[in-house]
Design a protein around this ligand. Structure first.
Ligand code: HEM
Length: 133
């Protein structure tokens, strides 16, 4: 079960990044929302929910393994927290682009930093397929 969830989680990571880039580009270039950007944003939200539930699923189904690690449970806790923050900043940065707020650039930078930290920690941890570190 954990393997299937890990595959779903990793594939959704790629989809989230692609859809985020498209929606951000549309909101910024069209100075707000239209039907296309709103629809793609809704699809992106479905994948954010998939990220959340697959992440929680991995965590819960691997609970025995995680609690058997010396410091592992702490690293997994931080991974979950970073994942939730990433999801939050996807929404906050896209909504500030949609509403043409000046803070959008700062939001985007925070999003990118937190996203990278989430991916780096996700690949550093043992269970998944990514293994950069
Ligand atoms: C948009 C948000 C998120 C992104 C971009 C993200 C990204 C990733 C990536 C790239 C991996 C490595 C997968 C692999 O190596 O196959 C991973 C693993 C994982 N993620 Fe997430 N994640 C997010 C949200 C979450 C959330 C919300 C949770 C939990 C509540 C979570 C929990 C986990 C767990 C437990 C792992 C397994 C780590 C391991 O390989 O041992 N993630 N995530």
């Amino acid at each position: 079960m954990t393997t299937g969830l890990l595959h779903t989680h990793l594939a959704s990571t790629a989809i989230v990044i692609i859809l985020y880039a498209i929606v951000m580009y549309l909101y910024r270039s069209q100075k707000g929302a239209n039907k296309t950007s709103t629809t793609i944003h809704m699809i992106l939200r479905v994948f954010l929910v998939i990220m959340l539930f697959s992440g929680i699923g991995i965590y819960v189904s691997a609970m025995d393994y995680i609690s058997s690690l010396d410091n592992g449970h702490m690293e997994y806790g931080i991974k979950a927290l970073l994942g939730i923050l990433t999801i939050g900043f996807v929404e906050m940065s896209l909504v500030s682009a949609k509403k043409q707020r000046k803070i959008v650039n700062i939001m985007m930078i925070i999003f990118i930093v937190i996203l990278l930290a989430t991916i780096v920690l996700g690949s550093y941890l043992d269970m998944g397929t990514l293994n950069f570190f």
